[in-house]
Design a protein around this ligand. Structure first.
Ligand SMILES: Cc1cc2nc3c(=O)[nH]c(=O)nc-3n(C[C@H](O)[C@H](O)[C@H](O)COP(=O)(O)O)c2cc1C
Length: 186
């Protein structure tokens, strides 16, 4: 198994705007692999312009929002590549694609880290934030996973939310719950 970092990735769209979505960056030696499932604008973007920025969000509403139709989060310019990255980030990496492994389902873009920076001190872990990441991932797999598994995992994750969420995490969790409720028709 590889170590995977859950990040908010930005790439440049053909019209100059940016695409923002959470992706798990798979560690590969000194670099990382971005592996979006087809179809995704990120795939076309990385083919056309082989650069990405991957940020660690401070506010987990960015991750919950990006998978529930709320993708308009503030960005700032990257430092070494012509791209933007999520503004509200503990840190970020600027990535250049070195090679592509083609796959009909999930091409793999192997990236070199051309720059990385910390922006805020990281002062501790929070269970509700971890639960939001898990819940957000579940919400993107409603067609792939059995309903019972989704319901059981959400029930478990809800414990961490009820014990450790602040208002921001409660809002993020609410978006995920709503999407899953609608998706499962429950
Ligand atoms: C924490 C997290 C990690 C994710 N990692 C991936 C990934 O590695 N590959 C992928 O295709 N989707 C991943 N997803 C799901 C995508 O973010 C989601 O499907 C998103 O809507 C894709 O947007 P797009 O179709 O505009 O690319 C992840 C979601 C979350 C919440």
């Amino acid at each position: 198994m590889a170590f995977i970092l859950e990040t908010v990735v930005t790439t440049r769209n053909a019209d100059g705007s940016h695409h923002l979505a959470p992706y798990g960056l798979i560690q590969d030696g000194e670099g990382y692999v971005i592996a979006p499932f087809h179809p995704s604008p990120a795939i076309e973007n990385l083919r056309r312009r082989p650069f990405a920025a991957a940020a660690a969000p401070v506010d987990l509403r960015v991750i919950a929002g990006a998978v529930t139709g709320r993708r308009d989060w503030p960005t700032v310019a990257c430092e070494t590549i012509d791209l933007v990255r999520l503004a509200d980030a503990f840190g970020h990496m600027e990535l250049a694609v070195e090679s592509v492994t083609e796959d009909a389902l999930r091409p793999r873009f192997r990236c070199k880290v051309v720059h990385s920076a910390s922006h805020l001190p990281f002062v501790g872990y929070n269970r509700a934030q971890a639960a939001i990441i898990e819940g957000a991932i579940l919400s993107t797999r409603l067609d792939l996973l059995p309903r019972e598994k989704i319901e059981a995992e959400m029930a478990y994750l809800r414990i961490a939310i009820s014990k450790t969420a602040g208002p921001v995490e409660q809002e993020a969790w609410g978006w995920i719950e709503e999407k899953i409720r609608d998706g499962l028709g429950s």
